[in-house]
Design a protein. Structure first.
Length: 492
């Protein structure tokens, strides 16, 4: 998916941007980059390949010296295209980073080319670069502000961005607020200059002495300078923030819409335990599938009254980040190498695991096999969210979300005897506890060899998060999203 960070101050702030960007490493796997204003109108930029080496080690002292004394800049961790891009335009030179997904990218290019656009240049991967397309849409308008608003409006998918322009940062949150964009303020911190920052993950703030100042609303645009923050475009009314930030993607110490990720996961785990009264006395210990399953499992264990134990530990010294090779087999191999079973916590025990979600299930199936090989008596699984039935149409994920491969879809196809899963068919399986739902869960349970399998109910998950549920995107579980009716109103 990717993440970004920016900072502006009256004093040099390259370290803030460097560390702030690095704190988004868990959100992307391919490229890491920084761009900073070095003197009036001049922007310097570096992009590194981070597929097998962390962002921080790529930006060695030498490349940081390039930005020495810079007081304004942006950085990005990208799951896909090369970023930041530096663009010379009628507005002057600017640097841009984006997070989102442009479903209608070719249609937008064709439309602008029919209307006089002569070329795009970032075709090194053989595909259009979405950040360049966003920059192109912006430059087709008469002001930067108008351009950002227009790009947000005509993109089917989502677009959050930072633009570095003339010593200021423009921050824009996508039209329906899928991704968080949060402003931080550092004031009177001993030994550090006053500064403003903008981030997707607030976990980037505490160690850099920033406090959360405010959060952009859906579609909102702000301009940040050392002197303060100006609202350029007010937020829209319809918010559909990605619920998966709390389930899986978000860093545990981050907050979005005022709700901390760790706390939401803990509450969700406790809520799952509340539904497992019948298992009291039948489970020896509770475990989490690292990383995000752990917070749900701790919440579960504390409510359930059985100890939380680590059946697996992650080998962090060399697998410090989510290295994602493009090949699925390699990905699964690496996922396996990262997790080391702790045999003495497994052998002879009835274990209950919490995982954030079940996507394809192949990796989880392999993990369960290893748990049995190490002598577990029973392996109960609790998924912290409902069965995934729809691929995400709003954000780009490196985690496989091919709809046909989703474990729940495969189970339904087996039950229905067809791969043509119409909305009517899928609807029956979405109803938690319906006979179709239970049959689907049973097929997955058998396939993955769990003693028991339960999925958290959608309403309970939303309740555990605590953000008003009409503001949360639930498309990947029920195919519903308020933005789709908003688009319809606007004739899209
Ligand atoms: S469809 Fe799922 S993953 Fe995509 S934005 Fe909505 S909640 Fe997030």
């Amino acid at each position: 998916m990717g993440g970004f960070f920016g900072a502006v101050s009256n004093a040099p702030c390259v370290e803030e941007i460097y560390y702030g960007t690095d704190y988004h490493t868990h959100l992307g796997t391919r490229r890491g980059g920084m761009a900073m204003s070095v003197e009036d109108g001049v922007i310097r930029r570096r992009i590194h390949d981070i597929t097998n080496t962390p962002f921080r080690t790529k930006f060695n002292t030498e490349s940081l010296e390039l930005f020495d004394k810079c007081t304004c800049g942006i950085g990005v961790i990208s799951d896909d295209e090369d970023q930041p891009l530096v663009v010379t335009s009628k507005f002057g030179t600017f640097a841009i980073v984006t997070v989102g997904k442009i479903n209608n990218i070719q249609e937008l290019i064709d439309r602008e080319m029919a209307d006089g656009l002569s070329h795009l240049s970032e075709y090194g991967s053989g595909e259009p670069n979405p950040t360049e397309v966003a920059a192109m849409l912006i430059c087709r308008c008469s002001t930067l502000e108008e351009g950002i608003a227009r790009a947000q409006k005509c993109i089917d998918g989502s677009l959050s961005l930072l633009i570095l322009h003339k010593g200021a940062i423009y921050a824009a949150r996508d039209r329906f607020g899928r991704t968080p964009v949060i402003i931080g303020r550092r004031e009177n911190a001993p030994g550090a200059p006053d500064a403003w920052a903008v981030t997707m993950e607030t976990s980037a703030f505490p160690n850099l002495d920033f406090e959360i100042h405010s959060e952009l609303g859906p579609g909102e645009i702000r301009r940040i300078t050392p002197d303060g923050v100006t609202v350029i475009k007010k937020p829209g009314k319809c918010m559909q923030i990605c619920t998966f930030f709390w389930v899986y993607y978000g860093y545990p110490s981050s907050c979005y819409e005022g709700v901390n990720t760790e706390v939401a996961r803990y509450r969700n785990g406790a809520s799952m335990a509340d539904q497992d009264e019948e298992f009291k006395g039948k489970i020896d210990s509770i475990c989490g599938i690292p990383d995000s399953g752990i917070s749900h499992a701790i919440g579960y264990a504390n409510r359930f009254g059985r100890p939380y134990q680590r059946a697996f530990v992650k080998y962090t010294p060399t697998w410090a980040r989510s290295f994602m090779p493009p090949n699925q087999n390699q990905r699964e191999r690496i996922a396996k190498m990262k997790l080391i079973p702790v045999e003495s916590q497994i052998a002879g025990k009835r274990l209950l695991f919490c995982d954030d979600s079940i996507v394809r299930g192949t990796q989880l199936g392999d993990t369960v096999k290893r748990i049995y090989q190490k002598g577990a008596e029973e392996v109960h699984m609790r998924s912290s969210c409902p069965p995934l039935l729809y691929g995400c149409r709003f954000l780009n994920f490196s985690r496989s979300r091919n709809e046909q491969e989703l474990a729940a879809r495969r189970a339904i196809a087996e039950l229905e005897g067809t791969d043509e899963l119409t909305p009517e068919i899928l609807k029956k399986y979405q109803v938690h506890g319906s006979k179709e739902y239970l049959a689907m869960v049973e097929i997955i349970r058998k396939k993955l060899n769990f003693t028991t399998l339960k999925y958290q109910e959608l309403d309970r998950l939303l309740e555990a998060i605590g953000v008003p549920k009409e503001n949360l995107c639930t498309y990947c579980w029920n195919g519903c999203d308020a933005s789709l009716s908003e688009d319809k109103k606007e004739g899209k």
